[in-house]
Design a protein around this ligand. Structure first.
Ligand code: ARG
Length: 458
Protein backbone atom coordinates (compact mmCIF):
# COMPACT_ATOMS: atom_id res chain seq x y z
CA UNK A 1 0.00 0.00 0.00
CA UNK A 2 1.21 3.48 -0.92
CA UNK A 3 1.97 5.96 1.87
CA UNK A 4 -0.85 8.06 0.38
CA UNK A 5 -3.06 5.09 -0.61
CA UNK A 6 -6.01 5.80 1.72
CA UNK A 7 -8.01 7.85 -0.75
CA UNK A 8 -7.58 5.43 -3.65
CA UNK A 9 -9.64 2.41 -4.65
CA UNK A 10 -7.31 1.02 -7.32
CA UNK A 11 -3.61 0.30 -7.48
CA UNK A 12 -1.52 2.68 -9.58
CA UNK A 13 -0.93 1.67 -13.18
CA UNK A 14 2.61 0.26 -13.45
CA UNK A 15 3.46 2.69 -16.25
CA UNK A 16 2.44 5.60 -14.03
CA UNK A 17 4.73 4.36 -11.29
CA UNK A 18 7.55 4.11 -13.80
CA UNK A 19 6.84 7.47 -15.39
CA UNK A 20 6.39 9.55 -12.24
CA UNK A 21 9.03 7.98 -10.00
CA UNK A 22 12.19 9.96 -9.36
CA UNK A 23 13.93 7.41 -7.15
CA UNK A 24 16.34 6.38 -9.94
CA UNK A 25 17.99 9.81 -9.72
CA UNK A 26 16.88 11.52 -6.50
CA UNK A 27 18.52 8.80 -4.38
CA UNK A 28 21.52 11.13 -4.70
CA UNK A 29 19.71 13.24 -2.10
CA UNK A 30 19.48 10.42 0.49
CA UNK A 31 22.08 11.75 2.94
CA UNK A 32 20.68 15.29 2.74
CA UNK A 33 17.12 14.03 3.18
CA UNK A 34 18.15 12.24 6.37
CA UNK A 35 20.09 15.30 7.58
CA UNK A 36 16.94 17.42 7.12
CA UNK A 37 14.71 14.83 8.79
CA UNK A 38 16.99 14.59 11.81
CA UNK A 39 16.78 18.36 12.34
CA UNK A 40 13.01 18.31 11.77
CA UNK A 41 12.32 15.52 14.25
CA UNK A 42 14.56 17.15 16.84
CA UNK A 43 12.55 20.36 16.45
CA UNK A 44 9.22 18.47 16.72
CA UNK A 45 10.28 17.24 20.18
CA UNK A 46 11.67 20.60 21.24
CA UNK A 47 8.31 22.19 20.38
CA UNK A 48 6.40 19.41 22.21
CA UNK A 49 4.71 18.31 19.02
CA UNK A 50 5.98 14.75 19.55
CA UNK A 51 7.57 13.20 22.66
CA UNK A 52 11.34 13.17 23.19
CA UNK A 53 11.19 9.39 23.32
CA UNK A 54 9.53 9.17 19.89
CA UNK A 55 11.96 11.71 18.51
CA UNK A 56 14.93 9.68 19.74
CA UNK A 57 13.51 6.46 18.31
CA UNK A 58 12.92 8.12 14.95
CA UNK A 59 16.40 9.68 14.91
CA UNK A 60 18.03 6.33 15.66
CA UNK A 61 15.93 4.65 13.00
CA UNK A 62 16.86 7.32 10.44
CA UNK A 63 20.54 6.73 11.08
CA UNK A 64 20.11 2.98 10.55
CA UNK A 65 18.21 3.67 7.31
CA UNK A 66 20.93 6.09 6.15
CA UNK A 67 23.59 3.47 6.76
CA UNK A 68 21.61 0.79 4.95
CA UNK A 69 21.14 3.07 1.96
CA UNK A 70 24.80 4.00 1.76
CA UNK A 71 25.82 0.33 2.09
CA UNK A 72 23.42 -0.60 -0.66
CA UNK A 73 21.46 -2.82 1.75
CA UNK A 74 18.19 -0.91 1.53
CA UNK A 75 15.74 -1.63 -1.26
CA UNK A 76 14.64 1.58 -2.94
CA UNK A 77 11.51 1.02 -5.02
CA UNK A 78 9.62 2.75 -7.76
CA UNK A 79 6.36 2.04 -5.93
CA UNK A 80 7.60 4.42 -3.24
CA UNK A 81 8.24 6.98 -5.95
CA UNK A 82 10.99 9.18 -4.58
CA UNK A 83 13.75 9.28 -1.98
CA UNK A 84 11.51 11.02 0.58
CA UNK A 85 8.82 8.34 0.63
CA UNK A 86 11.33 5.52 0.32
CA UNK A 87 13.12 6.73 3.42
CA UNK A 88 9.89 7.19 5.34
CA UNK A 89 8.80 3.67 4.37
CA UNK A 90 12.17 2.20 5.37
CA UNK A 91 11.97 4.09 8.67
CA UNK A 92 8.54 2.65 9.46
CA UNK A 93 9.84 -0.84 8.60
CA UNK A 94 12.72 -0.17 10.99
CA UNK A 95 11.01 1.39 14.02
CA UNK A 96 7.33 0.61 13.51
CA UNK A 97 4.32 2.93 13.38
CA UNK A 98 6.05 5.65 15.42
CA UNK A 99 8.12 6.33 12.27
CA UNK A 100 4.92 7.75 10.80
CA UNK A 101 5.28 10.74 13.13
CA UNK A 102 8.31 12.03 11.24
CA UNK A 103 6.27 13.74 8.54
CA UNK A 104 4.22 15.78 11.08
CA UNK A 105 4.09 19.43 10.04
CA UNK A 106 6.02 18.78 6.84
CA UNK A 107 5.30 18.10 3.18
CA UNK A 108 7.45 16.63 0.48
CA UNK A 109 7.21 20.04 -1.12
CA UNK A 110 9.21 21.86 1.54
CA UNK A 111 11.28 18.72 2.09
CA UNK A 112 12.46 18.45 -1.51
CA UNK A 113 13.24 22.19 -1.68
CA UNK A 114 15.32 21.71 1.47
CA UNK A 115 17.19 18.70 0.07
CA UNK A 116 18.02 20.56 -3.13
CA UNK A 117 19.48 23.45 -1.14
CA UNK A 118 21.48 21.14 1.12
CA UNK A 119 22.84 19.29 -1.93
CA UNK A 120 23.73 22.50 -3.75
CA UNK A 121 25.39 24.03 -0.70
CA UNK A 122 27.66 21.02 -0.53
CA UNK A 123 28.42 21.23 -4.26
CA UNK A 124 29.19 24.96 -4.09
CA UNK A 125 31.86 24.36 -1.46
CA UNK A 126 33.56 21.75 -3.64
CA UNK A 127 33.29 23.93 -6.75
CA UNK A 128 34.91 26.92 -5.05
CA UNK A 129 37.78 24.68 -3.90
CA UNK A 130 38.27 23.34 -7.42
CA UNK A 131 38.09 26.84 -8.92
CA UNK A 132 40.70 27.96 -6.43
CA UNK A 133 43.02 25.12 -7.48
CA UNK A 134 42.58 26.02 -11.15
CA UNK A 135 43.28 29.70 -10.48
CA UNK A 136 46.47 28.73 -8.68
CA UNK A 137 47.59 26.45 -11.52
CA UNK A 138 47.12 29.33 -13.98
CA UNK A 139 48.82 31.72 -11.59
CA UNK A 140 51.73 29.32 -11.30
CA UNK A 141 52.13 29.18 -15.10
CA UNK A 142 51.99 32.99 -15.10
CA UNK A 143 54.83 33.35 -12.59
CA UNK A 144 56.91 30.79 -14.53
CA UNK A 145 56.39 32.71 -17.77
CA UNK A 146 57.03 36.35 -16.96
CA UNK A 147 59.61 36.44 -19.76
CA UNK A 148 57.79 34.25 -22.27
CA UNK A 149 56.60 36.24 -25.27
CA UNK A 150 54.03 34.88 -27.71
CA UNK A 151 51.85 36.47 -30.36
CA UNK A 152 48.59 37.88 -29.07
CA UNK A 153 45.78 37.34 -31.59
CA UNK A 154 42.72 39.12 -32.84
CA UNK A 155 40.61 37.35 -35.49
CA UNK A 156 43.09 34.52 -34.83
CA UNK A 157 45.63 36.61 -36.78
CA UNK A 158 48.84 37.60 -35.06
CA UNK A 159 48.22 41.07 -33.65
CA UNK A 160 50.67 42.24 -30.97
CA UNK A 161 53.05 40.25 -28.79
CA UNK A 162 52.05 39.61 -25.18
CA UNK A 163 53.59 37.81 -22.26
CA UNK A 164 52.34 34.28 -21.68
CA UNK A 165 51.93 35.33 -18.05
CA UNK A 166 49.52 38.02 -19.22
CA UNK A 167 47.51 35.44 -21.17
CA UNK A 168 47.31 33.08 -18.18
CA UNK A 169 46.26 35.94 -15.91
CA UNK A 170 43.36 36.81 -18.23
CA UNK A 171 41.89 33.42 -17.27
CA UNK A 172 42.76 33.90 -13.59
CA UNK A 173 40.56 37.03 -13.59
CA UNK A 174 37.73 35.31 -15.50
CA UNK A 175 37.66 32.47 -13.01
CA UNK A 176 37.85 35.04 -10.20
CA UNK A 177 34.58 36.58 -11.39
CA UNK A 178 33.11 33.08 -11.60
CA UNK A 179 34.28 32.47 -8.07
CA UNK A 180 32.69 35.73 -6.88
CA UNK A 181 29.40 34.78 -8.55
CA UNK A 182 29.37 31.39 -6.83
CA UNK A 183 30.25 32.91 -3.46
CA UNK A 184 27.58 35.58 -3.88
CA UNK A 185 24.94 32.98 -4.76
CA UNK A 186 25.55 31.31 -1.40
CA UNK A 187 23.39 33.82 0.45
CA UNK A 188 20.41 32.99 -1.77
CA UNK A 189 20.94 29.22 -1.57
CA UNK A 190 21.58 29.15 2.15
CA UNK A 191 18.04 29.81 3.34
CA UNK A 192 15.61 27.30 4.78
CA UNK A 193 12.29 26.50 3.09
CA UNK A 194 11.37 23.99 5.81
CA UNK A 195 8.10 24.82 7.57
CA UNK A 196 6.45 26.02 4.37
CA UNK A 197 4.55 22.73 4.37
CA UNK A 198 2.79 21.88 1.13
CA UNK A 199 2.35 25.57 0.32
CA UNK A 200 0.62 27.51 3.10
CA UNK A 201 2.68 26.75 6.21
CA UNK A 202 1.52 24.35 8.91
CA UNK A 203 -0.97 24.35 11.77
CA UNK A 204 1.60 22.82 14.14
CA UNK A 205 3.53 25.20 16.41
CA UNK A 206 6.87 24.44 14.75
CA UNK A 207 10.00 26.56 15.08
CA UNK A 208 11.33 27.25 11.59
CA UNK A 209 14.24 29.30 12.88
CA UNK A 210 15.43 26.53 15.17
CA UNK A 211 15.57 23.98 12.32
CA UNK A 212 17.22 26.53 10.04
CA UNK A 213 19.87 27.14 12.71
CA UNK A 214 20.45 23.43 13.26
CA UNK A 215 21.05 23.01 9.54
CA UNK A 216 23.42 25.97 9.28
CA UNK A 217 21.12 28.20 7.23
CA UNK A 218 21.45 31.98 7.48
CA UNK A 219 17.69 32.50 7.73
CA UNK A 220 14.32 31.13 6.67
CA UNK A 221 12.55 31.97 3.40
CA UNK A 222 9.94 34.63 4.24
CA UNK A 223 7.01 33.35 2.20
CA UNK A 224 5.77 29.74 2.22
CA UNK A 225 4.48 29.86 -1.38
CA UNK A 226 7.82 31.19 -2.56
CA UNK A 227 9.71 28.66 -0.43
CA UNK A 228 8.14 25.63 -2.15
CA UNK A 229 7.92 26.98 -5.69
CA UNK A 230 11.21 28.84 -6.05
CA UNK A 231 13.85 27.12 -8.10
CA UNK A 232 15.65 30.31 -9.06
CA UNK A 233 18.57 29.20 -6.93
CA UNK A 234 18.90 26.25 -9.31
CA UNK A 235 18.67 28.52 -12.37
CA UNK A 236 21.28 30.83 -10.89
CA UNK A 237 23.64 27.95 -10.24
CA UNK A 238 23.13 26.59 -13.76
CA UNK A 239 23.85 30.04 -15.19
CA UNK A 240 27.02 30.38 -13.12
CA UNK A 241 28.05 26.88 -14.18
CA UNK A 242 27.33 27.65 -17.84
CA UNK A 243 29.64 30.63 -17.63
CA UNK A 244 32.40 28.66 -15.90
CA UNK A 245 32.23 25.93 -18.54
CA UNK A 246 32.18 28.57 -21.26
CA UNK A 247 35.40 30.00 -19.85
CA UNK A 248 36.86 26.50 -19.63
CA UNK A 249 35.74 25.89 -23.19
CA UNK A 250 37.56 28.95 -24.52
CA UNK A 251 40.71 27.91 -22.72
CA UNK A 252 40.20 24.37 -24.05
CA UNK A 253 40.02 25.68 -27.59
CA UNK A 254 43.34 27.46 -27.07
CA UNK A 255 44.97 24.37 -25.60
CA UNK A 256 43.80 22.32 -28.56
CA UNK A 257 45.15 24.88 -31.02
CA UNK A 258 48.41 25.37 -29.16
CA UNK A 259 48.98 21.58 -29.06
CA UNK A 260 48.69 21.28 -32.84
CA UNK A 261 51.80 20.97 -35.03
CA UNK A 262 50.67 24.21 -36.68
CA UNK A 263 51.06 26.20 -33.45
CA UNK A 264 53.32 23.91 -31.43
CA UNK A 265 53.23 26.31 -28.45
CA UNK A 266 52.57 23.80 -25.67
CA UNK A 267 52.64 20.12 -25.00
CA UNK A 268 50.12 18.63 -22.63
CA UNK A 269 51.55 16.00 -20.32
CA UNK A 270 51.17 12.40 -21.53
CA UNK A 271 49.08 11.68 -18.44
CA UNK A 272 46.38 14.04 -19.76
CA UNK A 273 46.28 12.87 -23.39
CA UNK A 274 45.05 9.82 -25.22
CA UNK A 275 46.16 7.91 -28.30
CA UNK A 276 44.55 6.65 -31.48
CA UNK A 277 43.52 3.02 -31.96
CA UNK A 278 44.61 3.26 -35.58
CA UNK A 279 47.32 5.92 -35.99
CA UNK A 280 50.32 5.03 -33.82
CA UNK A 281 51.81 8.54 -33.86
CA UNK A 282 48.77 10.34 -32.43
CA UNK A 283 48.63 12.13 -29.09
CA UNK A 284 45.22 13.72 -28.77
CA UNK A 285 44.13 16.52 -26.41
CA UNK A 286 40.91 14.65 -25.54
CA UNK A 287 40.42 16.33 -22.17
CA UNK A 288 40.12 19.92 -23.40
CA UNK A 289 38.13 18.71 -26.41
CA UNK A 290 35.64 16.95 -24.18
CA UNK A 291 35.41 19.88 -21.79
CA UNK A 292 34.64 22.08 -24.80
CA UNK A 293 32.05 19.52 -25.92
CA UNK A 294 30.39 19.14 -22.55
CA UNK A 295 29.76 22.87 -22.40
CA UNK A 296 26.78 22.10 -24.62
CA UNK A 297 25.04 19.96 -22.04
CA UNK A 298 25.57 22.48 -19.23
CA UNK A 299 24.13 25.32 -21.32
CA UNK A 300 21.33 22.91 -22.27
CA UNK A 301 20.48 22.25 -18.62
CA UNK A 302 20.17 26.00 -18.02
CA UNK A 303 17.78 26.34 -20.97
CA UNK A 304 15.86 23.25 -19.83
CA UNK A 305 15.33 24.55 -16.30
CA UNK A 306 14.23 28.01 -17.43
CA UNK A 307 11.80 26.46 -19.89
CA UNK A 308 10.37 24.08 -17.29
CA UNK A 309 9.70 26.95 -14.90
CA UNK A 310 8.37 29.56 -17.28
CA UNK A 311 4.69 28.53 -17.35
CA UNK A 312 4.27 27.22 -13.81
CA UNK A 313 1.61 28.69 -11.55
CA UNK A 314 2.32 28.82 -7.81
CA UNK A 315 2.95 26.74 -5.85
CA UNK A 316 4.45 23.23 -6.28
CA UNK A 317 3.84 21.42 -9.58
CA UNK A 318 5.12 17.98 -10.47
CA UNK A 319 6.98 19.59 -13.38
CA UNK A 320 9.46 20.76 -10.77
CA UNK A 321 10.74 17.24 -10.29
CA UNK A 322 12.59 17.99 -13.54
CA UNK A 323 14.90 20.29 -11.58
CA UNK A 324 17.13 17.45 -10.45
CA UNK A 325 18.86 15.60 -13.25
CA UNK A 326 20.11 18.78 -14.92
CA UNK A 327 21.47 20.10 -11.65
CA UNK A 328 23.13 16.81 -10.69
CA UNK A 329 24.64 16.42 -14.14
CA UNK A 330 25.90 20.00 -14.12
CA UNK A 331 27.57 19.53 -10.75
CA UNK A 332 29.23 16.29 -11.90
CA UNK A 333 30.26 17.72 -15.27
CA UNK A 334 31.73 20.83 -13.69
CA UNK A 335 33.56 18.97 -10.95
CA UNK A 336 35.00 16.56 -13.52
CA UNK A 337 36.28 19.34 -15.77
CA UNK A 338 37.72 21.49 -12.98
CA UNK A 339 39.42 18.57 -11.26
CA UNK A 340 41.24 17.71 -14.50
CA UNK A 341 42.06 21.23 -15.55
CA UNK A 342 44.20 22.29 -12.59
CA UNK A 343 46.78 19.47 -12.87
CA UNK A 344 46.64 19.57 -16.68
CA UNK A 345 47.52 23.27 -16.73
CA UNK A 346 50.15 22.83 -14.05
CA UNK A 347 51.91 20.00 -15.90
CA UNK A 348 51.78 21.38 -19.45
CA UNK A 349 55.06 22.19 -21.14
CA UNK A 350 55.28 25.75 -22.44
CA UNK A 351 57.44 25.85 -25.57
CA UNK A 352 58.92 29.28 -25.02
CA UNK A 353 61.26 29.16 -28.04
CA UNK A 354 58.48 28.31 -30.46
CA UNK A 355 56.34 31.10 -29.08
CA UNK A 356 59.24 33.51 -29.49
CA UNK A 357 59.86 32.29 -33.06
CA UNK A 358 56.24 33.05 -33.90
CA UNK A 359 56.71 36.60 -32.64
CA UNK A 360 59.97 37.20 -34.49
CA UNK A 361 58.77 35.72 -37.79
CA UNK A 362 55.91 38.11 -38.05
CA UNK A 363 54.80 41.71 -38.36
CA UNK A 364 53.21 42.02 -34.93
CA UNK A 365 55.64 44.88 -34.14
CA UNK A 366 54.11 47.03 -36.90
CA UNK A 367 52.03 49.06 -34.44
CA UNK A 368 55.28 49.95 -32.66
CA UNK A 369 56.79 51.33 -35.85
CA UNK A 370 53.69 53.49 -36.25
CA UNK A 371 53.85 54.59 -32.59
CA UNK A 372 57.56 55.45 -33.14
CA UNK A 373 56.63 57.76 -36.02
CA UNK A 374 53.91 59.35 -33.89
CA UNK A 375 56.70 60.03 -31.38
CA UNK A 376 58.40 61.91 -34.21
CA UNK A 377 55.31 64.11 -34.49
CA UNK A 378 53.64 62.31 -37.41
CA UNK A 379 49.79 62.06 -37.05
CA UNK A 380 48.82 58.45 -36.22
CA UNK A 381 46.68 58.03 -39.35
CA UNK A 382 49.59 59.04 -41.58
CA UNK A 383 51.97 56.77 -39.64
CA UNK A 384 49.49 53.88 -40.10
CA UNK A 385 49.63 54.36 -43.89
CA UNK A 386 53.44 54.62 -43.95
CA UNK A 387 53.83 51.43 -41.93
CA UNK A 388 51.22 49.66 -44.08
CA UNK A 389 53.40 50.36 -47.10
CA UNK A 390 56.53 49.29 -45.24
CA UNK A 391 54.90 45.97 -44.30
CA UNK A 392 53.74 45.42 -47.87
CA UNK A 393 57.27 46.04 -49.13
CA UNK A 394 58.70 43.67 -46.51
CA UNK A 395 56.29 40.91 -47.48
CA UNK A 396 57.29 41.33 -51.12
CA UNK A 397 60.96 41.19 -50.14
CA UNK A 398 60.25 38.12 -47.95
CA UNK A 399 61.66 39.99 -44.96
CA UNK A 400 60.39 40.94 -41.52
CA UNK A 401 60.60 44.52 -40.26
CA UNK A 402 63.74 43.84 -38.24
CA UNK A 403 65.46 42.49 -41.39
CA UNK A 404 65.14 45.82 -43.23
CA UNK A 405 68.21 48.00 -43.52
CA UNK A 406 68.00 51.58 -42.32
CA UNK A 407 68.06 52.71 -45.94
CA UNK A 408 65.07 50.49 -46.72
CA UNK A 409 63.19 51.93 -43.73
CA UNK A 410 64.02 55.45 -44.83
CA UNK A 411 62.39 54.89 -48.24
CA UNK A 412 59.13 55.17 -46.32
CA UNK A 413 60.02 57.88 -43.84
CA UNK A 414 63.27 59.64 -43.12
CA UNK A 415 62.10 60.15 -39.54
CA UNK A 416 63.20 56.54 -38.94
CA UNK A 417 66.63 56.35 -37.31
CA UNK A 418 69.01 53.63 -36.10
CA UNK A 419 67.27 53.29 -32.72
CA UNK A 420 64.31 51.65 -34.52
CA UNK A 421 65.94 48.20 -34.13
CA UNK A 422 65.75 48.43 -30.34
CA UNK A 423 62.18 49.72 -30.47
CA UNK A 424 60.97 46.82 -32.63
CA UNK A 425 62.61 44.01 -30.60
CA UNK A 426 59.96 41.66 -29.08
CA UNK A 427 60.74 42.44 -25.43
CA UNK A 428 60.74 46.19 -26.12
CA UNK A 429 57.40 45.89 -27.89
CA UNK A 430 55.93 44.07 -24.90
CA UNK A 431 57.40 46.47 -22.35
CA UNK A 432 56.14 49.47 -24.30
CA UNK A 433 52.59 48.49 -23.19
CA UNK A 434 53.29 50.03 -19.83
CA UNK A 435 49.75 50.96 -18.89
CA UNK A 436 47.64 49.60 -16.03
CA UNK A 437 46.48 46.15 -17.18
CA UNK A 438 48.95 46.13 -20.07
CA UNK A 439 51.38 43.41 -21.05
CA UNK A 440 54.63 45.17 -19.96
CA UNK A 441 56.43 42.93 -17.48
CA UNK A 442 56.06 45.34 -14.56
CA UNK A 443 52.31 45.67 -15.32
CA UNK A 444 51.93 41.91 -15.41
CA UNK A 445 53.73 41.70 -12.06
CA UNK A 446 51.24 44.28 -10.81
CA UNK A 447 48.40 42.00 -11.98
CA UNK A 448 49.93 39.08 -10.09
CA UNK A 449 49.73 41.17 -6.93
CA UNK A 450 46.14 42.17 -7.70
CA UNK A 451 45.25 38.51 -8.23
CA UNK A 452 46.86 37.68 -4.87
CA UNK A 453 44.70 40.27 -3.15
CA UNK A 454 41.58 38.88 -4.80
CA UNK A 455 42.47 35.31 -3.76
CA UNK A 456 42.82 36.51 -0.19
CA UNK A 457 39.35 38.06 -0.32
CA UNK A 458 37.64 34.88 -1.58
N1 ARG B 1 9.74 13.80 -6.06
C1 ARG B 1 9.15 15.08 -5.91
C2 ARG B 1 10.04 16.13 -6.58
O1 ARG B 1 11.16 15.84 -6.81
C3 ARG B 1 9.02 15.45 -4.47
C4 ARG B 1 7.90 16.38 -4.19
C5 ARG B 1 6.62 15.73 -4.50
N2 ARG B 1 5.49 16.42 -4.00
C6 ARG B 1 4.26 16.10 -4.40
N3 ARG B 1 3.31 16.74 -3.84
N4 ARG B 1 4.03 15.20 -5.30
O2 ARG B 1 9.63 17.19 -6.90
Amino acid sequence: MKLWGGRFTKPTNKLVDEYTASISFDQKLAAFDVQGSLAHVDMLAKCDIISHEDSTTIAKGLKVVAKKISNGEAELTQENEDIHMNIEKLLIDEVGAVGGKLHTGRSRNDQVALDMRLYLRDALVTITQLLDELQHALYQQATANLDTVLPGYTHLQRAQPVLFAHHMLAYVFMFQRDMERIIDSWKRVNRSPLGAGALAGTSFPIDRHYVADQLGFDSVIENSLDAVSDRDFVVEFLADAALITTHLSRLSEELVQWSSAEFNFIELDDAFCTGSSMMPQKKNPDVPELVRGKTGRVVGHLMGMLTTLKGLPLAYNKDMQEDKEGMFDTVETLKGALALFAPMIESMEVKKDNMYEAVVKDYSNATDLADYLVGKNMPFREAHAVVGETVLYSIEQQKYLLDLSLAEFQQFSNAIEADIYDVLAPKAVVNARNVAGGTAKNRVEEQLKQADALFASN
